[in-house]
Design a protein around this ligand. Structure first.
Ligand SMILES: Nc1ncnc2c1ncn2[C@@H]1O[C@H](COP(=O)(O)OP(=O)(O)OP(=O)(O)O)[C@@H](O)[C@H]1O
Length: 206
């Protein structure tokens, strides 16, 4: 069971914006996160990953306490080891596609399977500057999955993919996540694209 209840006052320019999120989700479920621009969706993912500290509340993932303000527990991002697909991909300019995946994982068969799923096998020795935007985005998704995280956090992960590629990637991910029992949070502005993928919905915003 995933049990999250967190609270923080965000600074939106000169204004203060309360962010108060409660979520309970089954292990192995996919949650689609929606809400208006600037409401705090990215910040929520960062709080779950341990990159931003909530002011109060708790984050419990399968009996593990990642954060609990009342007893002073706040695991580091390294201890939480959540997979994160950032909106701007955050790729390493000097690493090839394969090196991005082998950096945190040494299972060659698993890396080959990921390259196949993402359609990047033929580009495995290329660096990010030689990839299209859609290829870079697929690499960011594969890298986050490569560590087999307890929780996968994705911030608008399909925004650079054309309709056909998006469908192919979503179909492949759906099979993979089912096989692995993955628990996933996905921020998206397009509810429709996740209709076959997500079993829960979370709204962030007024
Ligand atoms: N660590 C922080 N502390 C306080 N406020 C923050 C922090 N990080 C971001 N903010 C503010 O929180 C607000 C929400 O930003 P965020 O990127 O989470 O929104 P979003 O819902 O993901 O938006 P979009 O859909 O446009 O990507 C912004 O005004 C931002 O300045």
């Amino acid at each position: 069971m995933i049990d999250i209840s967190i609270n923080k006052t965000l600074k939106a320019g000169h204004h203060q914006l309360p962010l108060d999120v409660k979520l309970q989700a089954e292990v192995g479920s996919v949650t689609a996160i929606h809400g208006p621009s600037g409401a705090g969706k990215t910040t929520f993912l960062k709080m779950v990953a341990g990159l931003v500290a909530p002011a109060s509340g708790h984050i419990k993932i399968n009996q593990e306490v990642w954060f609990d303000a009342s007893i002073g527990i706040n695991l580091t991002p390294q201890q939480r080891r959540a997979g994160f697909v950032f909106q701007n991909y955050a790729l390493f300019p000097n690493m090839t596609v394969r090196q991005h995946l082998s950096y945190a994982c040494n299972d060659i068969a698993w890396i080959d399977e990921l390259l196949q799923i993402g359609g990047l096998l033929h580009l495995q020795n290329s660096k990010p500057e030689y990839l299209s935007g859609g290829q870079q985005q697929r690499l960011a998704i594969l890298r986050a999955i490569s560590i087999k995280p307890k929780l996968l956090l994705m911030d608008e992960p399909f925004s650079a993919l054309d309709a056909k590629m998006k469908q192919e990637v979503i179909t492949a991910l759906k099979q993979l996540w089912k096989r692995q029992g993955s628990t996933v949070f996905i921020v998206t502005h397009y509810k429709e694209e996740l209709k076959d993928l997500a079993s829960n919905e979370l709204w962030i915003g007024a």
